[in-house]
Design a protein around this ligand. Structure first.
Ligand code: UD1
Ligand code: UDP
Length: 361
């Protein structure tokens, strides 16, 4: 089998970004193929997204699994080099900022295959984040750079990317949110932990290495979550990265904090939509809360998604400020006056497909 376009997915945030792009390319009748690197492999971090988002089954699964950055990136590169050489695509499409994104970008560019990066140009200016390295390097070798916000265009321009390679298309993750909103459903999850949909509750997710890898910083964060749980119960779908370290803090015995498995997209988004506020360090969740008008407290010193602060419901917090900020945000109706960021309108996938269709002659 060969295809003119090969999409690469690997980790949870890739799937809601790839789904609308692939759907729109299908509508144009483009010849495409999906390769899943297997960076994420648990059902709840991978397979369930294919089922819920009607994403076509991977044409090829590389099964690389977990490892150090070098091991994982290298394993993906070696496997993808063989795939790209065999199939000789005209274009490789990568998503976001995970190791699978960078690995595919390096391989495609060295084989002289044109590369499209969806969600290009985001910058936290924090090189301590592996994602920031992945973003900068991927953008530097990309031929088509699809951006979700105007600040991303400005960053790319400053880094010397020619204007004709940059396309401000909006946010495909928001396409997925809008097209599946009528299927969001947290009913079973909430009743499973003894909450009713009308009860006030908070959602928390934490998985950034800076937050969960260092036991001292994690203990401080858990203390802060306990303080927040006194305001409203917290539902915390646990990312596997932090699971063991979280358990060591004693969080599982906290009565106001309901630690549950990672959730499917529809269940998770149902939880977020019904919550009073979200406490997170996720990239995607900052955008989804902005779209849903749910206050978002981001436990990070910076964000590569500043439009979620300027236009949306996001606020950066620390372990020291999260509980007081939460009280303020819950008492204020300010988040109700947000505006939807430009082009977060459900049509990003189609814009991307149209441009790809013009470029892949
Ligand atoms: C990765 C991305 C991060 C993204 C996150 C989304 C990189 C460098 N990081 O982080 O940008 O925000 O995904 O969720 O690409 N594990 C499992 N089951 C799985 C996958 C992982 O148990 O299906 C465990 C393994 O112990 C693994 C650890 O999680 O070592 C970390 O996985 P990895 O993919 O390396 O990074 P994430 O922290 O998931
Ligand atoms: N998500 C989900 N279930 C969960 C947590 C997250 O479906 O339990 C979805 C949600 O749409 C989120 C996306 O997965 O935006 C990516 O999440 P993650 O925080 O893992 O990655 P990041 O965006 O930080 O790279």
């Amino acid at each position: 089998m060969s295809a003119r376009i090969i999409h690469i997915t690997g980790a949870r945030p890739n799937f809601p970004k790839a789904a609308p792009v692939m759907r729109a390319l299908d509508e144009l009748g483009m010849d495409q193929m999906l390769v899943h690197t297997g960076q994420h492999y648990d059902d709840k971090l991978s397979e369930i997204f294919f089922r819920q988002l009607h994403l076509r089954k991977p044409d090829m699964s590389l099964g690389v699994g977990s490892g150090s950055h070098a091991q994982q990136t290298a394993a993906i590169m070696v496997a993808l080099e063989a795939v790209f050489m065999e199939h000789a695509p005209e274009l490789v499409v990568v998503y976001g900022d995970v190791n699978s994104t960078l690995a595919a970008a390096l391989v495609a560019s060295k084989l002289g295959i044109r590369l499209a990066h969806v969600e290009a140009g985001l910058r936290s200016f924090d090189r301590g984040m592996p994602e920031e390295i992945n973003r900068i390097l991927t953008d530097s070798v990309s031929d088509l750079l699809f951006t979700t916000s105007a600040d991303a265009n400005a960053h790319l321009g400053r880094e010397g990317v020619p204007e004709e390679k940059i396309f401000f298309v909006g946010n495909p993750m928001i396409d997925t949110l809008l097209s599946s909103a009528d299927r969001f459903d947290a009913g079973a999850v909430l009743s499973g932990i003894g909450l009713r949909a009308t009860d006030p509750y908070l959602v928390a997710t934490l998985h950034r290495p800076a937050n969960v890898d260092d036991p001292a910083s994690l203990t401080g964060l858990v203390d802060a979550l306990v303080e927040c749980a006194a305001i409203a119960p917290i539902v915390l779908p646990m990312h596997p990265r932090g699971a063991r370290a979280f358990a060591a803090t004693g969080i599982l015995a906290e009565p106001g904090i309901h630690v549950i498995d990672p959730q499917g997209y529809l269940e998770f988004m149902g939880l977020v939509r019904g919550s009073r506020a979200v406490i997170t360090d996720s990239g995607g969740v900052q955008e989804e809360t902005t779209m849903l008008g749910v206050p978002c407290l981001t436990l990070r010193p910076n964000t590569e998604r500043p439009v979620t602060i300027s236009d949306g419901t996001n606020t950066l917090v620390t372990a020291e400020t999260v509980a007081s900020t939460l009280r303020e945000r819950l008492a204020s109706a300010e988040h109700a006056h947000r505006r939807t960021p430009p082009l977060w309108d459900g049509h990003a996938g189609r814009r991307i497909a149209r441009i790809i269709g013009e470029q892949v002659a």
